[in-house]
Design a protein around this ligand. Sequence first.
Ligand SMILES: NC(=O)c1ccc[n+]([C@@H]2O[C@H](COP(=O)([O-])OP(=O)(O)OC[C@H]3O[C@@H](n4cnc5c(N)ncnc54)[C@H](OP(=O)(O)O)[C@@H]3O)[C@@H](O)[C@H]2O)c1
Length: 258
Amino acid sequence: MTPEVVDVRILVTGGTGQLGTAVVARLAGEDVRVFSRRRAPGYARGDLRTGRGLDTALAGTDVVVHCATDFRYEVELARRLVEAARWARTGHLVYVSIVGVDRVPLGYYQAKHAAETVIAESGLPYTILRATQFHALVRTLFAGASRLPVVPVPRWRFQPVDVRDVAGRLAGLALADPAGRVADFGGPEVIEAAELARLVGAASGRRRRIVPLWLPGATSRAYAAGGHLAPEHADGKITFAEYLAEQADAGALGYRRR
Ligand SMILES: NC(=O)c1ccc[n+]([C@@H]2O[C@H](COP(=O)([O-])OP(=O)(O)OC[C@H]3O[C@@H](n4cnc5c(N)ncnc54)[C@H](OP(=O)(O)O)[C@@H]3O)[C@@H](O)[C@H]2O)c1
């Protein structure tokens, strides 16, 4: 007798965002749907803040990959989702968080940490993956390097990771058994902010004077101490330089390499 193949139904919240889009692409071939506030063919439409559309979207769903985020309402979104998922008896909730949410005293990090707790204490089978900063965010942080004549940068390091690498890991976790909090996921290299600024400037065809600075405050100290890094989990493959080269070739940096 051939074993019965059971389709796993997966719902990706934030499936229209930068990470969620990559997760949906990685899950191509699976029974996967996007949950979004937008109206589009094939989307399960709803709003995690109000709970609108959640019950319908979760009916018959086995796994939710929660990539939706709102820095003002991160915990509320998680609470709504957990309530509805409990009601729907969802078999697995996968949440993506940030490395160091319990070490860096930034409001958004604290909200992510609180949302992790909501999920971990929900009674639902869950998996939580913390990732380091995405390439696009790091590029935005150092965008000044392509505009300003002198670029001040903090004396911090970053471990930029590509959303496609994180998405690959999340897709694997979504198709596996719930695992609780799993090992952090970091980019392939830990790089000084000054070097990142230099790379961003160079990718835009510009050479700028970069001035490393010490910044005061508890958040700065936590970043300087590497609270947001996971050097022991340098699992991503795509480097920041490779990402910038792709962006430049796509004309996204306002400059094309010759
Ligand atoms: N950026 C980083 O460096 C980084 C690093 C580590 C972890 N993360 C985490 O990765 C996750 C994804 O980040 P991202 O940068 O890919 O996000 P993003 O591109 O900003 O996308 C946000 C998504 O959230 C959805 N959303 C927001 N409010 C919603 C609501 N009320 N109801 C339903 N959907 C809502 C949006 O969907 P619609 O507009 O279509 O409704 C959108 O798809 C976040 O949890 C973030 O904390 C990010």
